[in-house]
Ligand binder design. Sequence first.
Ligand code: IFM
Length: 374
Amino acid sequence: MKFPKDFIWGSATSAYQVEGGVENSDWSIDFSTCQSCDHYNRYEEDFTLLEELNQNAYRFSLEWSRIEPQKSCINELEIEHYRKVLQSLKSRNIKTMVTLHHFTTPYWIKWSDPSAVFYFSRFAKVVFKEYADLVDYWVVINEPLVYASQSYYKGIWTPQKKSLFSFLKVVNNQISACRKVYQDFHCLKQDVQVGIAKNNVFFEPYKSLLDKFSASMARYFWNDYFLNKVKNHLDFIGLNYYFHSKIKFPFSVQNENRIVSDIGWEIYPQGIYHVLKELKKYNLPIFITENGLADEKDRHRKEFIENHLYWVGKAIKQGVDVRGYFHWSLMDNFEWEKGFKPRFGLVEIDYRTLERRIRSSAYYYAKVCGSNQL
Ligand code: IFM
């Protein structure tokens, strides 16, 4: 199975999950990551791994709390740091996809407050002016609904709110922020690529008509609501696909869980095909901005990649405009409230020595990247 010419192949990370040493974010207080993978200092070594693995694209995020640790104070040293990161990627001919909000914010921001839109879009403009020529694709917000529900509805992530009202305010502010950043970037530069990374699930009905009704409600609210609100302010859609959910009325999940990852997510490759087909209606280019699994022993990762890519290829054959694939993740990292235990990396991290070890599935993926085919 051949992939389109110019298809981009890469992997993804986010600042807080891999950098280490972040001090002024909202997460730093409750879940300090200390050195994490020390990607902040070892990015050159990590980009050499990317090259060795034949990848030609890298998705990562800018840590806003480094760049603007206090309100309206820009840290020029951090601006220079990310410039060097981007230059290093460019000098290696690696395409850059930069996320502006990947779950963490400076501690002085609350997304439930309308001022967040002002501060976030101001930050976005600052970094755009610095890096416009070094960034190929901008992802404004990563998984907006995951963030809003974990942080403001379920109360699991900081600031641990449990309020439907706050959740709705956050979603509303995220929508405004996406639209504003898109408009600002397009005013500043003509040929710019702006998108979001949306976590979509393949919702299937369990059995009955009522289950069918519930699955379509879930699909509407989780997969489509946000995209419908921002679709006129996107140059591409980023899809983060991890799993399917068989929905039983009213909203319980009844998966068979035949093969699961280390954190219990059922591996369901054909779901990516269905979710891609659902996205076709937006008529926008699509990148798979995340897809991966927690698999410490590397028992399932090779097959996982192979099977998901098979279904991506099938969707492409049927006319879905998929332009690239980023595996989550380049390296093991901090998996939010689950800590460092889940291992999502193509590259294993020894957290005591910070040694990097390439997992064998990564060599399989490297073959695909290098040959542009399965
Ligand atoms: O680690 C996360 C990432 O930050 C966002 N998408 C899902 C990944 C795995 O849970």
